[in-house]
Design a protein around this ligand. Structure first.
Ligand SMILES: [Mg+2]
Length: 175
C-alpha cells in the first residue's frame, strides 16, 4: 500500500498521462471506448484517499471536442469508462462517479476552464465548499499547463509520477 497524505482535503487529478493511458496511441488521448487503460495501482491509491475522507476529483482538458476529433457524447462515454475502470480496479464500494470529472471541451486558450487557466480547480473548491486558505488542496498532472493551473488556483502541484509510482515519467515535462 502506498502511504497517503492525510492532510489533503481536496485531491484533484488530471486524467490523460496522469491516471490513464491510451493502448492504441501514446500520441493522443483516448477518443473511443476500449482504448484506455488505468495506470497500475492508481485506482486503489485513490480509493485509499477516498476512504480516508479526502475528496477525490478530476479535471481534464478535452479540447478534442472543440477541435472536432470526437463528439461531446463520445467524450462522455470514454470518461464514464474511466470511472468504471477505476471502480473495477479498486476494492470496496464504488468510490468514483462520472460527476467527479470536470472537463473543458474548448480549444480557446482564453476559456477560463481550459488549463493552464484554473477554472475547473476553482469550480471543485466551490462545489465542495473548500478553500485553499483553510484546506490543503492538491492538483496532480503531467504537463506544465497543469502546474500553472494549480499555481493560479492556489493548489499544491504534484507531478503524476511523484504522486504515483505506476505513472511513467515524462522528463520533457519537468524541464
Ligand atoms: Mg495530462
Amino acid at each position: 500500500m502506498i502511504p497517503i497524505n492525510k492532510d489533503i482535503a481536496l485531491l484533484v487529478l488530471d486524467l490523460d498521462q496522469t491516471v490513464r493511458g491510451n493502448m492504441v496511441s501514446n500520441r493522443r488521448p483516448p477518443n473511443d471506448v476500449g482504448e484506455q487503460f488505468i495506470y497500475p495501482g492508481i485506482a486503489e491509491h485513490l480509493a485509499d484517499y477516498a476512504r480516508h475522507g479526502t475528496v477525490v476529483r478530476f479535471a481534464t482538458n478535452q479540447g478534442g471536442i472543440g477541435a472536432g476529433f470526437f463528439t461531446k457524447e463520445a467524450c462522455e462515454r470514454v470518461l464514464a469508462e474511466t470511472i468504471q475502470l477505476l471502480n473495477e480496479q479498486s476494492s470496496g464500494a464504488d468510490h468514483f462517479h462520472p460527476d467527479d470529472i470536470e472537463y473543458c471541451p474548448s480549444t480557446d486558450k482564453r476559456h477560463p476552464d481550459r488549463k493552464p487557466n484554473p477554472g475547473m480547480l476553482l469550480k471543485w473548491m466551490e462545489l465542495e465548499g473548500l478553500s485553499t486558505y483553510d484546506h490543503h488542496c492538491v492538483y496532480v498532472g503531467d504537463r506544465h499547463s497543469d502546474r500553472l493551473a494549480a499555481e493560479a488556483a492556489g493548489f499544491e502541484f504534484k507531478w503524476a509520477w511523484d504522486f504515483h509510482p505506476g505513472v511513467p515519467v515524462r522528463p520533457e515535462a519537468t524541464r
